[in-house]
Design a protein around this ligand. Structure first.
Ligand SMILES: *[C@@H]1O[C@H](CO)[C@@H](O)[C@H](O)[C@H]1NC(C)=O
Ligand SMILES: *[C@@H]1O[C@H](CO)[C@@H](O)[C@H](O)[C@H]1NC(C)=O
Length: 342
C-alpha cells in the first residue's frame, strides 16, 4: 500500500513537473518549430521584471525590434544612419542566444518625410531604397542571431490592390524586387520575407500576396517567406482548418511562412468568459502553425499587456497578450502550450 502510494505520488509529481516546466519556446521546439518569439522595444528594457521574462530563452527563442529598425529610427535624414537602439536589440538577441527577425526595410508608415515628400525621380528613389535596405541589412550581416528580415512590410490594401505610397507612385511595383535584391546582396544568408495583415485566411488580400510571390519567383527574385501578422480579435478567429489551408496555399509556392505579430485583442473590460475564449483562440492559431511543416515559428507582438500596442491603436480594446499588465501568465499562455501539443 505504501509502495503504491509512493508510486502514484511519483507519477503525479512527474505529471506536474511536465505541466510546470512547459515554456513557450521549449514547447515550440518540441513541436518541430524553429522558435517562439516576441517583439520588444527599447524603452521597455529598463523594466527588470519584464526583461527577466524576455531573457528567458525557454520562453522566447526569437525577438523582433518593434520599432527601432524602422526607417524613421535608422535613417532619419538622408545618409544619416543611426543604429544605436537597433544595435541594443541585436545585441540582446546575441547575448540571450535568441534569433532575430529584422523589421523592416520598406514600409509606408514610420517613413521619414524626407523620403515620402522628397519629390525624387525614379532613379534617385530607387537608389535611396537600395542604400537604405543594404545598409540596414548589411549592418547585422553574418551575425549568427540573424534569421530573417521583413524586407517589405504591408504592401497591400485590404482589397488586394497595392497600397499607394511614394514607392508605388514613383517606382510602381519594381520597388519590391529592388528592396529584396538589395537585402539579398547585403546578407545572402538571411531569409527574406514580405509581411502583411489580413492575409490569415483566403480572400482578395491573401490571393494578391500569393500572386506577388509567384511573380517574384518567376523572375528569380530572392524571396523566402511570407509573414502573416495575426493581429486577431477574440471570438473572431477563423477555424483551424481555414487557417491551415491558407498557410498551405503559401507554402505550396515554395516558401516558408511565419506568424509574425500575434495578438488576440478583446473589447474591455476583460471577463473570465473573454479570457477563456482568448485561450481557445490562441490554441486555434498556434495549432494551425504546428500543423503546417513550412510554418517555422510564431512571434507575439510583445508578450505582456503592459506594453501592448493594442490600446493605443484600437480605442476600448486590449488585454491581447499572453501575460497580463502585471506580468502574470493568463489562460492564453496555456492556450499557446496546448496549440503546440496538439
Ligand atoms: C524561465 O522561466 C521558468 C518559469 O516560467 C523558470 O522555471 C525557468 O527557471 C526560467 N529560466 C531561466 C533561465 O530563467
Ligand atoms: C505597374 O506595374 C504593373 C505590373 O506590376 C503593370 O501592370 C502596370 O501597368 C504598371 N503601371 C504603370 C503606371 O506603369
Amino acid at each position: 500500500m505504501l509502495r503504491l502510494l509512493v508510486a502514484s505520488a511519483a507519477v503525479f509529481a512527474g505529471f506536474l513537473a511536465v505541466e510546470v516546466s512547459a515554456q513557450l519556446h521549449s514547447v515550440a521546439k518540441s513541436a518541430g518549430k524553429l522558435y517562439f518569439g516576441t517583439a520588444t522595444d527599447n524603452p521597455e528594457l529598463t523594466d527588470t521584471a519584464y526583461t527577466a521574462i524576455l531573457h528567458n530563452a525557454s520562453e522566447f527563442g526569437q525577438i523582433t525590434a518593434a520599432n527601432s529598425m524602422k526607417w524613421d529610427a535608422t535613417e532619419p535624414s538622408r545618409g544619416d544612419f543611426t543604429f544605436q537602439n537597433a544595435d541594443v536589440i541585436a545585441q540582446l538577441a546575441k547575448t540571450d542566444g535568441q534569433l532575430l527577425r529584422g523589421h523592416n526595410c520598406v514600409w509606408h508608415e514610420q517613413l521619414p518625410s524626407w523620403v515620402s515628400s522628397g519629390n525624387f525621380n525614379a532613379a534617385t528613389l530607387s537608389s535611396i531604397l537600395t542604400t537604405h535596405c543594404s545598409t540596414l541589412v548589411g549592418r547585422y550581416k553574418g551575425q549568427t542571431c540573424v534569421y530573417s528580415w521583413d524586407v517589405v512590410n504591408e504592401p497591400f490594401n485590404d482589397d488586394g490592390s497595392f497600397g499607394t505610397d511614394v514607392f508605388l507612385t514613383t517606382l510602381n511595383t519594381s520597388y519590391i524586387p529592388t528592396a529584396l535584391n538589395a537585402a539579398s546582396s547585403a546578407d545572402p544568408n538571411a531569409k527574406l520575407y514580405i509581411n502583411d495583415f489580413n492575409i490569415e485566411s483566403a480572400g482578395a488580400k491573401s490571393t494578391a500576396m500569393q500572386t506577388l510571390i509567384r511573380s517574384l519567383k518567376a523572375s528569380k527574385t530572392p524571396i523566402h517567406g511570407v509573414g502573416l501578422q495575426f493581429h486577431m480579435i477574440v471570438g473572431e478567429v477563423p477555424t483551424q482548418s481555414v487557417l491551415i489551408q491558407n498557410l498551405q496555399a503559401f507554402t505550396a509556392l515554395g516558401i516558408e511562412v511565419a506568424i509574425t505579430e500575434l495578438d488576440v485583442r478583446m473589447t474591455l473590460p476583460a471577463t473570465s468568459a473573454l479570457l477563456a475564449q482568448q485561450q481557445k483562440d490562441y490554441t486555434t492559431i498556434v495549432g494551425a502553425c504546428a500543423a503546417v511543416s513550412g510554418c517555422v515559428g510564431i512571434t507575439v507582438w510583445d508578450f505582456t499587456d503592459k506594453f501592448s500596442w493594442v490600446p493605443g491603436a484600437f480605442a476600448g480594446q486590449g488585454e491581447a497578450c499572453p501575460w497580463d499588465a502585471n506580468l502574470v501568465k493568463k489562460p492564453a499562455y496555456q492556450g499557446i502550450i496546448a496549440g503546440f501539443k496538439g
